[in-house]
Design a protein. Structure first.
Length: 172
């Protein structure tokens, strides 16, 4: 079963790497917002840390609640998805692969935020603190990822984007 999971993760990761729009939304928006807010956060360490945390949470929500459900809904509407149902492996493996790739995209979205924060703000933490922060961010993203996957499968493909937006806006 693990070979099937690895194959699914690899396939979904290759699709994601080739999708430029996914990278613009996941990586570009939070990084751009941080750069725009940068003049306000250079005054002290606490405002910079707060903005960094808020924009990392925004990156998680953008990927997990807006981008992932729309991506899954688009795939559900394709004929390729019907073919995938006849391949070996349970639906849980496919969902698990989507969660793994979503977590990897969340990790990739927070790296530019961390780099800019370290280079351009007075934030100075130990490596252990950054590691714990990253682990906490990824662990906290699991419920959001599961919510996004649930939305993608619970709602018709054409209705996923409006419903995901209705769920996303109150979370801000």
């Amino acid at each position: 079963m693990t070979a099937v999971l690895v194959a699914n993760v690899r396939m979904l990761a290759v699709e994601l790497i080739r999708d430029r729009a996914a990278w613009v939304v996941a990586v570009g928006f939070p990084t751009l917002f941080f750069v725009v807010a940068l003049p306000d956060v250079t005054a002290g360490e606490d405002p910079a840390s707060a903005v960094l945390g808020q924009l990392a949470a925004l990156a998680v929500l953008l990927v997990a609640v807006l981008q992932l459900p729309a991506r899954i809904a688009h795939e559900r509407a394709s004929t390729w998805e019907r073919f995938l149902h006849v391949l070996p492996g349970s639906p849980a493996i496919r969902v698990g692969a989507r969660a793994v790739v979503g977590a990897a995209l969340i990790a990739a979205a927070t790296v530019p935020l961390l780099v800019i924060a370290l280079l351009a703000t007075p934030i100075s933490e130990s490596a252990t603190t950054w590691l714990l922060w990253s682990v906490a961010l990824l662990a906290g993203s699991i419920p959001a990822l599961l919510l996004g996957i649930t939305l993608a499968y619970a709602v018709r493909p054409k209705a996923v984007s409006p419903v995901a937006t209705l769920v996303f806006v109150p979370m801000l």
